[in-house]
Design a protein around this ligand. Structure first.
Ligand code: KIV
Length: 266
């Protein structure tokens, strides 16, 4: 696969071609995802749940993410690697810079932070210092204890208005990408149209610029045995993991995934 850069992703948005992204935590799966044509590999703090068996992402550390980034880098063949800054790793500006440096030096091409307009200063500082940033909005799992559970966000008009304004503020601060998790499909479409940077959805409908899923979920390996509504098990009807990964890429590109049944309404 030719190297995927921010320019590639920007051009995909401009040309209306959907961007494919999956979480990935090791070299073998990085190689398999690249063979399937997945453009973006996210070393997500979801590893705290799917690899470590925790009941939230909160216990994950920067050192653990860096270890998995280095593993993914060894199997990578051209995909853009995003690394999550885990819980409390960007609580201060100093921590933000220090921990982002660890992840970039481990092999990430971009870091991801969860939050809204309050992230603007951190994003500006990182971007000025050469670190591309993805802002994760909507359902932000690191704030599960504030949110009161893993719930759809932006369902009322005041919240939706705030989220639209936040997305624009984050783009102006220098964010290069937005991940929108569990928001009504219509709101996700409005946000996608309101910003020039790529918007990747998970539980956000088909109108975003691309899709991301947790690898284990889309392979039908949810630990609890019950995957969220926005997940599709791509192993169904396939005889190998490689075929399931290719089916995911084909369905995202063809706009057949996600279906309306995977989305949320206001
Ligand atoms: O950590 C993760 O896997 C994520 C995705 C759910 C987007 O942030």
């Amino acid at each position: 696969m030719p190297d995927i850069t921010l320019t590639t992703l920007q051009n995909l948005k401009l040309n209306g071609e959907k961007i494919t992204m999956l979480t990935c935590y090791d070299a073998t799966f990085a190689q398999a995802c690249c063979q399937a044509g997945v453009e973006v590999l996210l070393v997500g703090d979801s590893l705290g749940m799917v690899l470590q068996g925790n009941d939230s992402t909160l216990p994950v550390t920067t050192a653990e993410i860096a270890y998995h980034v280095a593993s993914v880098k060894r199997g990578n063949d051209g995909a853009l690697i995003i690394a999550d800054l885990p819980f409390m790793a960007y609580a201060t500006l100093e921590q933000t810079l220090h921990n982002s440096a660890q992840l970039m030096q481990a092999g990430a091409h971009m870091v991801k932070l969860e939050g809204s307009a309050w992230l603007s200063e951190s994003i500006r500082l990182l971007a000025e210092r050469g670190v591309p940033v993805c802002a994760h909005m909507g359902l932000t799992p690191q704030s599960v204890n504030i949110l009161g559970g893993y719930k759809v966000q932006g369902r009322n008009e005041a919240q939706a208005r705030q989220m639209r304004a936040d997305a624009i503020a984050l783009e102006q601060a220098g964010a290069a990408m937005i991940v929108l998790e569990c928001v009504p499909s219509e709101l996700a479409e409005e946000i996608t149209q309101a910003v020039k940077i790529p918007v990747i959805g998970i539980g956000a409908g088909v109108a975003t610029d691309g899709q991301v899923l947790v690898l284990h979920d889309m392979l039908g390996l949810a630990l609890t045995g019950r995957a969220p509504k926005f997940v599709k098990n791509f192993m169904v009807g396939q005889d190998s993991i490689q075929a399931a990964l290719s089916a995911y890429v084909s369905e995202v590109k063809a706009l057949t995934f996600p279906g309306t049944e995977h989305g949320f309404s206001a």
